[in-house]
Design a protein around this ligand. Structure first.
Ligand SMILES: [Zn+2]
Length: 383
């Protein structure tokens, strides 16, 4: 045994108030423990104008292949309504078998579980184990994993596979792993007309009407029916703004925004082309302008060796196999999956981002054992 108690180590991490972009010693705590076990650590601070400076940590034990990477984030979301907590969110107290605190499940508990498993496995390692830990997952995700991956490429450090420790299980440990995620595209529409009196519409040009027509067109039919691994894509109008307090005035401009969560039957480019084609088909090209922001493309690691590695490890510990899902929001796996097969498996997400976030002490120990089984199986016969 490595002797590193994953629950105690998770508690150490929770006591660092690492609300994005703060670190408050979380990465240092991690680095100290990993360096003591022989990991070579690189702090990778990144900055960009208009975004907070972020520190990140890449740690690797061994230099050869195969190379197994665990990715995660040390930052946490704010506590939110403090009165809603029954405990101090950064004290990491244990009550009734649960470790309480911000980040307990998302995702300091999983980081601690992996570190414990890696240290226990280290003496038998033939190849490399690395940790890719960002301090910017819950924030804008600009100075985090994305830039770390550029650094990994530049330094020849790209792993062979990656397991991301996000809380993927819905109700109990072992019920779900994520083999992909839907993409997310945000579009803003600005419709411009000519302001005027409602009684003299021929002297004005109402910008709201074409906007309604376009939104009706875009939402008239489902984007697709989904497929074996993905739910149907979904376009949701999130706001329609005119801001006109006057009853007898046709405004000059109207805006709307929508978000599309899309599966692997689309890309942000194909969807933007589709929106443009609908604007043109409705004869609105001169009237409606679009602006867009891509939060992430969809990705999938098709069921195979990597999903079997996770499923078998879960089954060995818990006696059941997880569902392989692509539901939920985006995660940093969207960046990593461009470089190597990537899967996500962590704790139970029920209390993530909520008040009284907590992880079952038993789950943290089980997760450490599951990660340990993954390492055993992955390196067995490969080195
Ligand atoms: Zn997370």
């Amino acid at each position: 045994m490595s002797g590193l108690d994953p629950v105690a180590f998770a508690a150490d991490l929770i006591r660092c108030k690492s609300v994005t972009p703060a670190d408050d010693g979380a990465l240092g705590t991690l680095q100290q423990t990993l360096e003591a076990a022989g990991f070579v650590c690189h702090r990778l601070p990144f900055s960009e104008p208009g975004t907070p400076d972020i520190d990140n940590l890449y740690a690797r034990l061994g230099t050869g292949h195969p190379h197994f990477c665990f990715a995660g984030h040390s930052d946490v979301v704010p506590v939110g309504n403090v009165e809603g907590w029954t405990v101090d969110p950064f004290k990491a107290e244990i009550h009734d078998g649960y470790l309480y605190g911000r980040g307990a499940v998302d995702m300091k508990g999983a980081i601690a579980a992996f570190v414990s498993a890696a240290l226990e496995f280290a003496p038998r390692l033939r190849g490399s184990i690395s940790l890719l830990i960002t301090g910017d997952e819950e924030g804008p995700s600009i100075n985090g994993t994305k830039k770390m991956l550029d650094w990994l490429v530049a330094n020849g450090e790209i792993p062979d596979i990656c397991v991301v420790g996000e809380p993927t299980n819905e109700t109990q440990l072992g019920d779900m792993a994520k083999i992909g995620r839907r993409g997310s595209l945000n579009v803003e529409l600005t419709s411009t007309g000519v302001q005027g009196h409602v009684a003299y519409p021929h002297l004005a040009d109402n910008p709201i009407h074409p906007l309604i027509a376009l939104l009706a067109d875009l939402t008239a039919k489902p984007l697709d029916e989904g497929n074996a691994h993905f739910q149907p894509s979904s376009l949701q109008v999130t706001t329609l703004d005119v801001g006109n307090p006057t009853e007898n005035l046709i405004p000059a401009q109207a805006r709307a925004r929508f978000n599309i969560r899309f599966n692997d039957m689309h890309s942000s480019a194909s969807l933007l082309a589709w929106v443009a084609s609908r604007i043109e088909a409705l004869g609105l090209s001169g009237k409606i302008k679009t602006a867009s922001r891509v939060s992430g493309e969809s990705f999938i690691t098709h069921p195979g060796t990597l999903s079997a590695l996770v499923s078998d490890a879960v089954e060995k510990r818990l006696g059941r196999k997880p569902a392989l899902s692509t539901t939920g929001g985006t995660s940093d796996a969207r960046f990593i999956s461009r470089f190597c097969p990537t899967i996500e498996f962590g704790l139970v997400g029920r209390t993530m981002h909520k008040t009284d976030e907590r992880a079952s002490v038993k789950d943290i120990a089980d997760l450490a054992a599951i990660y340990g089984h993954m390492l055993d199986a992955y390196f067995a016969g490969r080195a």
